[in-house]
Write a protein that binds this ligand. Structure first.
Ligand code: XMP
Length: 520
């Protein structure tokens, strides 16, 4: 029987795992391997049923540009090259790629089908009624010429070879990213590609759960694991998953670092103690964290300090528990990819997420990160599979460094209090208007700027609060939420009237990219 899986060759794209994720959604198993591990012998050994080349930050025109082995094209299986993957494919097969001004496109773009593009299986269901396809681009270079046996199937304003392929050999290349949420028919395109290999589409999250439990059991044996519980979805799913795998070998630690939202610690502790009856230690370390962050303005430094203090606190408690070997963390794929490359490929660092890049090198505990390959919404599906209540799973994500990265500039107790109050009013407003579940993540940010205002005939000189709300499916790309003006003005008024210390409210309408969701 043929191997029912797709090999994704990673060239270092920020969104390589999104390809894997789309395949999981389509119930197809896949593996990601960095380009430099893929050679003839490897291909023969794993024998995939289809191959996808990811995007990547390099230019194919550079010396030593990441390259797959030439033999991939002779395997006789479908291949899809995405962005850099398309460009390297063209370069290797006799086409060319140009760099320089006028070749780049970032964000939303539209593609028209060529005459040939209207009649191929790969594009079935796309370009219906001569409609343009809305796609997400993120490229500097573009393909300038294609080999003789390839055809152009789609064209965008800045990418004359937006979709190309050899329909006989089932080798295709796309300049845009079909794996991201904002390419509207991206999943359909990937499904069409998989259909070319006759996959049976029967992999599921149940299979993932079973594999994850087995992996944890094998790794841990009879040893003890401590788990960092933050109250968020990720750490909760991690803890419940570990509990299922190793039962009372798991000890949970909740760190109150003073960077939580209003009433959060109380609510979270009640939930864990009453609902889950988890073996829980409460560590009150507000002073440790706030003194460690005193005077620190740089976002990367904040993240690293917080990461280091977290580990210090865990190690302290681990010592008290005694004989602990592992630390479990709810690290997700977006945390990993924006800090280091998941598969060891050549990605660029955007932010050091506190639970990855911030880890001290000399750590006495080994890590268990069972959610490392998953995205937020997949974690929710896994949570459902584990029987965790919906209203808990639907909570908006909250970052490990907490309010520290929503307080650009120096962090003070006073600013944190102002931020907590503003954030709480904002979230109440969103819930009151029935918008909470329509928004992927919403929060307030306190800016390090004071502005002049006038309230009740008096001059004020107070902080600016910015509101952020985004739609997303995975946190990798995002759009701002289109609140009505009425909602925004009602919320701004509620905040200014009720939060001492804020006299101006703004709304952030930046998408990701080019922005990120958090401000730091
Ligand atoms: P960005 O700001 O990178 O955020 O667009 C993407 C998602 O990740 C969350 N985030 C973090 N989560 N540790 C975390 O656990 C971190 O250091 C961290 N930084 C950002 C962010 O809230 C958003 O959901």
């Amino acid at each position: 029987m043929e191997n029912e899986f797709v090999l994704i060759i990673d060239f270092g794209s920020q969104v390589t795992q999104l390809i894997a994720r789309r395949l999981r959604e389509l119930n197809v198993y896949c593996e990601i391997h960095p380009f430099n591990k893929v050679n003839d012998e490897f291909l023969k050994k794993i024998s995939p049923k289809a191959i996808i080349f990811s995007g990547g930050p390099a230019s194919v025109n550079n010396v030593n540009a990441p390259t797959p082995p030439l033999s991939v094209y002779n395997l006789g299986i479908p291949i899809l090259g995405i962005c850099y993957g398309q460009q390297i494919m063209m370069k290797m097969l006799g086409g060319s790629v140009i760099s320089g001004s006028g070749t780049s496109e970032f964000g939303k773009s539209y593609i028209n089908a060529s005459k040939e593009g209207k009649n191929i299986k790969f594009l079935e269901g796309l370009f219906l009624n001569d409609r343009k396809e809305e796609v997400w681009m993120s490229h500097g270079d573009h393909v300038a010429s294609i080999p003789k046996d390839f055809k152009v199937y789609g064209i965008s304003e800045n990418a004359p070879f937006a979709i190309i392929g050899n329909a006989k050999k089932h080798i295709y290349g796309v300049q845009f990213h079909p794996e991201v949420f904002h390419t509207l028919n991206g999943k359909l395109l990937i499904k069409n590609f998989l259909k070319l290999s006759n996959f049976s589409f029967n992999w599921s999250m149940k299979s993932f759960l079973k594999q994850a439990v087995d992996k944890i059991k094998n790794k841990v044996g009879r040893q003890t694991v401590i788990c960092a519980l933050s109250g968020g979805v990720d750490s909760s799913v991690t803890a419940i998953l570990l509990n299922k795998a190793i039962g009372n070998q798991l000890k949970c630690i909740y760190v109150n670092n003073g960077l939580m939202r209003k009433n959060e610690s109380e609510e979270v502790l009640k939930l864990y103690k009453n609902h889950y009856k988890l073996n829980l230690i409460e560590a009150n370390e507000k002073n440790l964290f706030l003194s460690g962050l005193k005077g620190i303005k740089d976002p990367e430094q904040k993240r690293k300090i917080i990461g280091k203090l977290f580990i210090q606190v865990f190690e302290k408690h681990a010592l008290q528990i005694g004989d602990v070997s592992f630390l479990a963390q709810g690290t997700l794929y977006p945390d990993v990819i924006e800090s280091i490359s998941f598969s060891g490929g050549p990605s660029v660092t955007i932010k050091s997420h506190h639970n990855v890049g911030g880890l001290p090198k000399k750590m006495n505990l080994k890590l268990i990160e069972p959610l490392k390959e998953l995205f937020k919404d997949e974690v929710r599906i896994l949570g459902k599979e584990l029987g965790i209540p919906n209203d808990f799973l639907e909570r908006h994500p909250f970052p490990g460094p907490g309010l520290a990265i929503r307080c650009p500039g120096e962090i003070t107790d006073k600013k944190l209090d102002i931020l907590r109050n503003a954030d709480s009013i904002y979230i109440q407003q969103i819930k009151k208007h029935g918008l909470y579940n329509k928004i992927w993540q919403a929060f307030a940010v306190i800016l390090p700027t004071k502005t002049v205002g006038v309230m009740g005939d008096t001059r004020t000189y107070d902080y600016v609060c910015t509101l952020r709300a985004v739609t997303s499916s995975d946190g990798m790309t995002a759009d701002y939420y289109p609140f009505t003006h009425e909602f925004l003005s009602e919320t701004a008024t509620a905040i200014i009237n009720n939060v001492k210390g804020i006299n101006r409210v703004t709304y952030d309408i930046t998408s990701k990219p080019p922005g990120t969701i958090e401000w730091e």
